[in-house]
Design a protein around this ligand. Structure first.
Ligand SMILES: C[S@@+](CC[C@H](N)C(=O)[O-])C[C@H]1O[C@@H](n2cnc3c(N)ncnc32)[C@H](O)[C@@H]1O
Length: 469
């Protein structure tokens, strides 16, 4: 006999009690944890349970019966469909409270080490329009909330330029206004879409893998200069020139106007040649007195203002006097390494991606910094005894690993290095807590500072200072 199929059911009244580390809100019903999007702790809601496992189930919000004191009006017309800004129905103060709690919980429940009170989280100065980069995808069949009348829509009405529906690589909804990046990006995106529709350009069909218009990437620096990369699915010189010329005329703020022909099956452009249509092939961003060259393929933290806050805190925790040998692990394009270099005798930066290390070297040169050394490779291989013989043992280690945290071998090497201070910058308090627990015999948690880089999401950045016992 086959398994009985799960039947969705309604919970008439469900009290939301908490916000979970993955961004969903949490309630309890029938001895199970219920996870639900778009709710706020303190809400009483009507919910539909859509799937269920042994100890937890997923539900969708049907109606708010009694709003939480932390519930506020949402600002975005795409709420509910879009995967971004999922916490926008929660006041910013409450968002910060739950992010702070996330760090506290991870340290208590996963880390189980002693730690002094965590500093109050530093909120983002900008809570909207805070990003410096966005990517949009063209589709010839935009996602419709209701299929009523879809058959009657014209090709132009089906055309969209927007974001993927969460978890769906093949479904894109049309964006009219996004609040994540300066409003000019909305003007640019909507102008490109209108031009393409009016002039009969074909939008990408994800199933047939064809269509001229594939995507756009927008970047801006704090000085208000913009980079636009338009991705085309095939060569079509006339149409490409007409569109790019139109954009060039309309938007003088775009100082780096680029395009790429992408006939591959996936959307990534890192392995493709980028063409300069007008202006420079890069932007320059400034952090304090440092300049960073940002090419179309370069990584850069996406909330520039908060990056400055984050790096300044990390540098403060590092307690540099000018004599220290600093290792910056997971250095990306060398931003932290260069940011602390003025206060260090030497900085060694290590990063997996070769292109990022090339950018790091270029950025060091651009700023006339000669006492940094950058290496590309897997951290567990590059952070070796040989490296420490070559450059000397670190006095201070700054580490900023990806969400998965550090490999056990890397943690062991840090402990063997005898560095007197380790500044651990993390975008995932759970893996950070695990890694610190591994180090607790050798290192003492001295200070912890959460920073919010991504308002209206559950993400939290956390800096912890570990000192040698
Ligand atoms: C959270 S980012 C930090 C970037 C940088 N510190 C910054 O602020 O821009 C983590 C970095 O670790 C790199 N990375 C991931 N796994 C790695 C590994 N096994 N070895 C070395 N670097 C790795 C990623 O490419 C990424 O650049």
């Amino acid at each position: 006999m086959g398994k009985s199929k799960f039947k969705p059911y309604i919970i008439e009244s469900l009290t939301i009690t908490n916000a979970g580390s993955e961004g969903k809100c949490i309630a309890r019903y029938d001895d199970k944890v219920v996870m639900i999007d778009h709710a706020v702790p303190g809400d009483v809601v009507r919910a539909k349970v859509t799937s269920s496992k042994k100890s937890f189930s997923f539900a969708s919000l049907q109606q708010v019966l009694k709003p939480s004191a932390d519930r506020i009006d949402t600002f975005c017309e795409h709420v509910g469909m879009c995967g971004g800004c999922k916490w926008q129905q929660m006041s910013y103060e409450a968002q910060l409270r739950y992010k702070q709690q996330q760090v506290q919980d991870a340290f208590e429940r996963i880390g189980k080490f002693d730690f002094p009170p965590i500093e109050p989280i530093i909120g983002s100065t900008q809570q909207q329009f805070y990003r410096n980069k966005l990517e949009y995808t063209f589709t010839n069949k935009r996602w419709l909330t209701s299929l009523d009348g879809a058959a009657e829509l014209t090709t132009a009405e089906h055309a969209g330029l927007g974001y993927h529906i969460p978890g769906r690589f093949d479904k894109v909804f049309d964006v009219n206004k996004c609040w994540l990046m300066d409003d000019l990006q909305n003007e640019i995106r909507n102008a490109i879409k209108s031009f393409c529709i009016s002039n009969g350009y074909d939008f990408y069909n994800i199933y047939a893998k064809e269509g001229l218009m594939r995507g756009i990437i927008l970047r801006r620096n704090e000085a208000g200069q913009w980079m636009l990369i338009v991705s085309f699915g095939r060569e079509d010189n006339q149409r490409i020139t007409e569109l790019m010329s139109y954009i060039n005329r309309q938007f003088p703020q775009i100082t780096s106007l680029l395009y790429v022909i992408n006939a591959k099956l996936n959307d990534t452009i890192h392995d493709l040649d980028i063409q300069v249509f007008a202006g420079d092939d890069h932007l320059v961003e400034k952090l304090e007195n440092l300049k960073f060259k940002i090419g179309p393929k370069s990584f850069f933290q996406t909330n520039t203002m908060q990056t400055l806050t984050l790096y300044s805190k990390a540098r403060e925790f590092a307690g540099l006097t000018g004599n220290e040998n600093v290792y910056d692990l997971y250095t990306g394009v060398g931003t932290i390494a260069l940011f602390v270099s003025k206060q260090a005798r030497q900085v060694v930066g290590i990063e997996y991606i070769e292109g990022a290390i090339s950018d790091a070297k270029i950025n060091a040169q651009l700023n006339g910094i000669t006492h940094t050394h950058f290496y590309a490779g897997d951290m567990k291989d590059v952070l070796s005894d040989e490296l420490m013989v070559k450059h000397g043992k670190p006095d201070v280690i700054i580490t900023d690993p990806p969400r998965a945290g550090m490999h056990e071998d890397v943690v062991k090497k840090i402990m063997e290095s005898g560095a007197s201070r380790v500044v651990y910058v993390s975008c995932n308090p759970a893996t950070q807590a695990r890694d610190i627990a591994w180090m607790q015999d050798k290192y003492l948690v001295t200070k912890t500072q959460p920073v919010d880089m991504f308002p209206h999401t559950h993400h939290v950045e956390n800096i912890t200072l570990l000192t040698l016992r």
